[in-house]
Write a protein that binds this ligand. Structure first.
Ligand SMILES: Nc1ncnc2c1ncn2[C@@H]1O[C@H](COP(=O)(O)OP(=O)(O)O)[C@@H](O)[C@H]1O
Ligand SMILES: Nc1ccn([C@@H]2O[C@H](COP(=O)(O)OP(=O)(O)O)[C@@H](O)[C@H]2O)c(=O)n1
Length: 212
């Protein structure tokens, strides 16, 4: 069983995908981390995220980097959204994600294009959203925890810029798949959002069973 979880920054998709992975006993891949690892490699080597060739060269990053706390920073998130707009970066990371999705018992992946590009035939698809201000507050609190002093206003404007870049890029833009269930977490606690996500997945699985 493959479950695709997509949505904008700090909507809660990672929290929901991890909870679904525990609930269904499936492996989980946070695909945003792959783009963050490419971005971190470009920044570390003092190259330019906007240059496609520089970003493509960074797609052969060392997997140890995926555990580095720096990947969670605002700086790396912003650069990840720039490198991820390059078609050659997306194609370099495509097979790795498709292989993860094709594991024998299935998998749960979260990102921006899981339901549309990586696993268009997923058994269940969620598109998780929340208002920009609520997402900015959540991300601001997270960044404060890792020692960042960035202001809430700055986080909000970064989130809006990232939404805009992710939604308007030519390849694999951030958009809900037509068959995804939309889950707005703006006014849900984490626990309620997880329960709602499980309900939505179960409804999709039941519908799929009826059709087969
Ligand atoms: N429904 C919710 N209510 C309040 N906080 C939430 C909710 N869902 C997630 N969070 C918190 O918001 C932050 C971002 O969530 P995360 O799941 O990492 O988002 P994403 O993967 O979409 O970027 C985390 O600190 C998480 O604990
Ligand atoms: N499947 C994916 C996942 C992330 N990304 C890009 O990678 C950036 C960082 O993704 P992320 O999921 O770690 O970001 P957050 O939602 O956690 O802020 C996003 O802004 C997207 O531009 C993507 O293009 N496709």
């Amino acid at each position: 069983m493959i479950i695709a979880v997509d949505g904008p920054a700090a909507s809660g998709k990672g929290t929901i995908a991890r909870a679904l992975a525990r609930h269904y006993g499936l492996p989980h891949l946070d695909t945003g981390l792959l783009y963050r690892a490419v971005a971190a490699t470009v920044l570390r080597d003092e190259l330019d995220p906007a240059q496609e060739a520089d970003a493509v060269a960074a797609t052969s990053f060392d997997d140890l980097l995926l555990a580095d706390e720096w990947l969670r920073s605002d700086e790396v998130g912003k650069a990840a959204s720039v490198v991820s707009a390059h078609p050659l970066v997306r194609s370099a990371l495509l097979q790795r994600q498709k292989r993860f999705a094709a594991q024998p018992n299935g998998a749960i992946l979260d990102g921006r294009d899981i339901g549309t590009v990586i696993a268009p035939d997923a058994d269940a698809k969620l598109f998780v959203k929340a208002t920009p201000m609520i997402r900015a507050r959540r991300r601001h609190a997270e960044l404060q925890k890792i020692g960042s002093t960035v202001s809430l206003d700055r986080v909000l404007s970064d989130i809006r810029a990232r939404d805009d870049r992710d939604s308007t890029r030519a390849q694999a833009p951030l958009v809900a798949a037509p068959d995804a269930a939309v889950l707005d977490t703006s006014f849900l606690s984490i626990e309620s959002a997880i329960l709602k996500a499980i309900q939505l997945v179960e409804t999709q699985l039941a519908r799929k069973r009826e059709l087969t």
